[in-house]
Design a protein around this ligand. Structure first.
Ligand SMILES: Cc1ncc(C[n+]2csc(CCOP(=O)(O)OP(=O)(O)O)c2C)c(N)n1
Ligand SMILES: [Mg+2]
Length: 321
């Protein structure tokens, strides 16, 4: 499908936003000011943005422990997210969730999730709501190669087929589940395994926004039009460790550098749109500068903001009727 210049520019902005957000967190993590684990999404931006650019406000997504990219791509406020990651009272979830539990129901972002394979069944529940509402909405789960080995994901796939739900499974193979290579940890072919449930799989190059956008468009169209669940399978890589602080001894020397130099999704996007004269370099540079300022301002304000008071510790634990 032909994208308009405005859509292309927005996609670039979203990918740049995720990249800068994550690169900056990589630096800020070392200050010790950010509590808890942080898993960075840099390197996989084309997948989150390629999928979410096909969604609108009625649609749901659910994320993983590596969730910042999915949240930003679905439209969560970067400043609110930064405050959340710093555990501030005015963070997107009042500072109570942190990096791995960011949610924004107003944006259809049902939550990141520290439990691998937990999002897929929740997204099946949301897909039931989509189907009952009959408003053409879809429910999308993001999950990694490692998550595809979880029983919860098998159950979610089967249930989505049985109930013929508007549910899209995004399978992001970034090569590793923690420190275990996907080629070792997955006992068969993920695509064929998913197809075995009766789910059509649309494959994409996870380094290429346009490839993911097209595969996701077809998968989402399939689910939206009442044909039942679908999946997108995309291979990419993560630029940082499994978590911040991971020494990454299991990766080949120069592996990440090679991906950055040869396959980077932002570089590839830029080259493609400039060669095709879809945008000019000045427009992209303007976005780079705007995002750099936005991220800097978000970090500064997050550092200065207050944490929740101790008296708020029991808030939201129980529902008050
Ligand atoms: C049920 C469960 N088992 C194990 C873990 C520990 N764990 C956290 S992330 C992770 C790897 C997930 O790999 P993948 O799904 O490929 O996602 P990626 O980290 O590559 O984005 C594991 C095993 C967990 N959080 N939850
Ligand atoms: Mg993985």
């Amino acid at each position: 499908m032909q994208l308009s210049p405005a859509q292309i520019l927005k996609a670039y902005r979203q990918m740049r936003l995720i990249r800068d957000f994550e690169e900056r967190l990589h630096v800020e993590n070392r200050t010790g000011e950010i509590a808890g684990f942080t898993h960075l999404y840099a390197g996989q931006e084309a997948i989150a943005v390629g999928v979410c650019e096909n969604l609108d406000d009625r649609d749901y997504i659910i994320s993983t422990h590596r969730g910042h990219g999915h949240c930003l791509a679905k439209g969560c406020d970067p400043k609110g997210m930064m405050h959340e990651i710093y555990g501030r009272a005015d963070g997107l979830c009042k500072g109570r969730g942190g990096s791995m539990h960011i949610a924004d129901l107003d944006k259809g972002m049902l939550g990141a999730n520290g439990i691998v394979g937990a999002g897929q069944p929740i997204a099946v529940g949301a897909a039931v709501a989509c189907k009952l509402r009959k408003d053409g909405s879809v429910s999308v789960s993001f999950g990694g190669d490692g998550a595809t080995n979880q029983g919860t994901v098998f159950e979610a796939m089967n249930m989505a087929v049985v109930l013929k739900l508007p549910k899209v499974f995004i399978i992001e193979n970034n090569g590793y589940s923690e420190h275990t290579g996907a080629s070792y940890g997955i006992g068969s072919d993920v695509v064929r395994r998913t197809e075995g449930f009766g789910i059509p799989v649309f494959q994409a190059d996870g380094f290429d926004f346009f490839s993911v956008h097209e595969a996701a468009r077809q998968a989402i169209e399939h689910a939206r039009s009442g044909k039942g669940p679908s999946a997108v399978y995309a291979v990419a890589t993560r630029y940082f460790g499994h978590f911040e602080g991971d020494p990454q001894n299991y990766r080949a020397k120069g592996e990440v550098e090679r991906f950055r130099a040869e396959k980077d999704c932002l570089m590839g996007f830029r080259n493609k749109v400039l060669e095709a004269a879809l945008l000019d370099a000045a427009e992209l540079d303007r976005i780079d500068a705007e995002i750099a300022g936005l991220i800097d301002a978000s970090v500064q304000s997050a550092r200065a903001a207050a944490p929740p008071p101790a008296s708020a510790v029991y808030d939201d634990v129980y529902i008050s009727y």
